[in-house]
Design a protein around this ligand. Structure first.
Ligand code: S3P
Length: 419
């Protein structure tokens, strides 16, 4: 068996959420192509529609009719954010200055994820926002006038940074967010492309209060790098594979995984680079490779945070030791991803050990395969799905459908490459 052929990925999930939210603040019609089809982005779309934004699909293209500076109407119901941390956190910032009352809710997993990291700085901007259960959903928001904030983030989080910047668009003065490390910068790129006054100086971003609506955009959303990473890992691991991924987003704040994989000895080539609305895209070719262990350091973590379960899997097949540190944020994702990946790969015979802030792996070891506990986490499900291609017995996932959050059809696409 080898993986051969080429595919296009669904649109980037992070960029899709942002494109829907930001175009709502424009003064015209935006057209979004290749929007991520997963349940998380549908959740954002529904939340915006619930707040009075007109969104419709025509021939596979999403049309968003922006409502200008004050586009939101009182929603009928609470805002159900499902499994989506990006929806909950960014919408809190987006809505904080608008005269509406909302209750943010979510599924079991989202209701265990910290929200105070967003609502505390928003409170400092004057927002009337609080949680029933200290740090967790449900969160109640009554929008009102905000003032600007100068905020030092305690950790590098693109969601928190974006929430504060979005609130800053409607706050009196200039809002600045400083991060301890670089996190994904899609918010900065897109707001700039849409005419916001936004300045980036190293790890510091400043946004001015909007005095006029954002400009509408026509945007072809790049292929999702985090989705591409599963195919990169699969092609590296399955002997004799040769796969090309077309039109993948290669924003440098997202692609530390490419560097890590190259350092492991992965045969990768990046070609046909182009740029659209500030976002870089390219084709990536991957060939099966002999891998060796690496060190992943804390400063690299924010730029490959969603790919760390795949680093763990690759490390089980790499010669030598791999150590990941400074990744404690992984414990508050859709599941505790450190525990989830270590539990599953150890049960399959890997030498992988948990650390408070990461894991270390001694490779290579054969993988037995068999049962997988997904913890209803799409990235754990997809990682073990890839692992099942090289394990002795196939992977049997307790909830394969959880991949629908970001990538409906993932397993069909993966099977389609097998020859
Ligand atoms: C995201 C940022 C990251 C990432 C998440 C999506 C975003 O989280 O893990 O999947 O769209 O801004 P953090 O903000 O916690 O870094």
């Amino acid at each position: 068996m080898a993986l051969l052929g080429e595919i296009r990925l669904p649109g980037d999930k992070s960029i899709s959420h942002r494109a829907l939210m930001f175009t709502a603040l424009s003064d015209g019609l935006s057209r979004l192509e290749n929007l991520n089809p997963g349940a998380d982005v549908v959740t954002t779309q529904r939340a915006l529609i619930n707040c009075g934004i007109h969104i419709e699909e025509k021939h596979g293209v999403i049309h968003v009719q922006g409502g200008g500076l004050r586009p939101f109407k009182q929603p009928d119901l609470g805002l159900d954010c499902g499994n989506s941390g990006t929806t909950a956190r960014l919408m809190m910032g987006l809505l904080a200055a608008h005269p509406i009352h909302v209750q943010f809710t979510g599924d079991q997993s989202l209701s265990k994820r910290p929200m105070d990291r967003v609502f505390r700085p928003l409170q400092q901007m004057g927002a009337n926002i609080s949680a029933n259960k200290r740090t967790y959903l449900p969160v109640m928001l009554s929008g009102r006038e905000l003032w600007a904030l100068d905020y030092q983030l305690p950790y590098a989080s693109a969601q928190v940074k974006s929430a504060i910047l979005l609130a800053g668009l409607h706050a009196k003065g200039q809002t600045t967010v400083k991060s301890p490390a670089f996190s994904r910068d899609h918010t900065e790129q897109m707001l700039k492309a849409m005419g916001a006054r936004i300045k980036v100086k190293g790890r510091e971003v400043t946004v001015h209060q909007l005095t006029k609506p954002l400009k509408p955009i026509d945007f072809v959303i790049p292929g999702d790098f985090s989705a591409a990473a599963f195919f990169i890992a699969a092609a590296l691991l399955v002997p004799d594979s040769d796969v090309i991924l077309r039109g993948v987003g290669i924003n440098p704040t997202r692609t530390a995984f490419l560097k890590a994989v190259k350092e492991m000895g992965g045969k990768l080539t990046v070609a046909n680079k182009a740029k659209h609305s500030g976002e870089a895209i390219a084709d990536i070719r991957i060939r099966a490779s002999q891998l060796k262990g690496i060190q992943v350091y804390p400063e690299q973590i924010p730029n490959l945070i969603d790919e760390l379960p795949l680093i763990a899997l690759l490390a089980t097949q790499a010669e030598g030791e791999t150590v990941v540190t400074g990744a404690e944020e992984l414990r508050v994702k859709e599941s505790d991803r450190i525990a989830a990946i270590v539990t599953n790969l150890s049960a399959w015979g890997a030498k992988i050990f948990e650390r408070p802030d990461g894991f270390h792996v001694e490779g290579p070891t054969p993988l037995k395969g068999g049962k997988v506990k997904t913890y209803h986490d799409h990235r754990i499900a997809m990682t073990l799905g890839v692992a099942g291609l090289i394990s002795k017995s196939p992977a049997t996932l307790d909830d394969p459908d959880c991949v629908n959050v970001s990538y409906p059809g993932f397993f069909d696409e993966l099977r389609g490459l097998i020859s």
